[in-house]
Design a binder for this molecule. Structure first.
Ligand code: DGL
Length: 267
């Protein structure tokens, strides 16, 4: 039996991570849970985010996930250590692999981070970067409006470009040479972000990094799936509206067959 990867996010943004996982691990069974009824997480208190993340994890494990990927940066930065204490399954999160990549790329040791308020105020990136490379400077910027812009599909709109520019100005002034996209939605704005931060700044896209980390883990355990098993991947959401489908179309360029679920009922 192959190990099933369980992926959760506050909504459908985590599908950017699924897209990369499927690129590297096309036959590995996968279950996704997007907490669309309670999104966004990035504006919530630590306590609430931890409780939601705990429920999301339980949901995926009860449905057979053998390893867990926290695709949501707000949950990863706030709840990872609690989840690791409470659950014995291997837990991957989007932050560590992107930090490794940022440290490998930075030349001047000046790294920028953009994310939701929850992610930025957690201070997790600074702590992890300083533990590995103490003389590195880290500058963070919360960009709460970007999630809504992506969900509206305003990826290239003039207004979005102006907002991105305004958010990035303080990081540009600090002369960062590497920028970490610390939110599931930001890879969709990558082109605008690159244009506004400048072409010499290297951008770290966590969705690609986490997929490589999961691949290496499964390979080391001899658990890479070569052929599809059972009924294939399943995509659960806690609320489903026509807008969810539109947003997903934007994220993946394709439709996904969602199953609506309530976290409290066992279906
Ligand atoms: N998925 C969230 C993250 O990566 C963004 C949306 C939210 O705030 O829930 O932080």
């Amino acid at each position: 039996m192959s190990i099933t990867i369980g992926v959760f996010d506050s909504g459908v943004g985590g599908l950017t991570v699924v897209r990369e996982l499927k690129r590297l691990l096309p036959a590995q069974p996968l279950i996704y849970f997007g907490d669309t009824a309670r999104t966004p997480y990035g504006t919530k208190s630590q306590e609430t985010i931890i409780q939601y993340a705990r429920e999301d994890t339980r949901f995926l494990l009860e449905r057979g996930a053998g390893i867990l990927v926290i695709a949501c940066h707000s949950a990863a930065s706030t709840a990872t250590s609690t989840l690791r204490q409470e659950f014995s399954e291997p837990i991957f999160e989007v932050i560590t692999p992107s930090i490794e990549q940022a440290l490998a790329l930075t030349k001047r040791k000046i790294i920028g981070l953009i994310g939701t308020r929850a992610t930025v105020t957690s201070g997790v990136y600074e702590k992890a970067i300083h533990a590995r490379m103490p003389d590195t400077k880290v500058y963070s910027q919360a960009c709460p409006l970007l999630v809504s812009l992506v969900e509206e599909g305003w990826l290239k709109a003039r207004e979005s470009r102006m907002i991105v520019k305004k958010y990035l100005r303080p990081l540009k002034n600090r002369q960062i040479d590497t920028l970490v996209l610390g939110c599931t939605h930001y890879p969709l704005l990558k082109q605008t972000i690159q244009e506004k931060i400048g072409k010499n700044v290297k951008i770290v896209d966590p969705s690609a990094e986490i997929a490589r980390a999961v691949y290496s883990y499964l390979e080391s355990k001899n658990q890479l799936s070569e052929k599809l098993h059972g009924r294939g991947d399943r995509f659960f959401v806690s609320d489903l509206t026509p807008t969810t489908q539109e947003v997903v179309q934007r994220f993946l360029g394709t439709r996904v067959q969602f199953e609506k679920t309530s976290l409290s009922c066992r279906d």
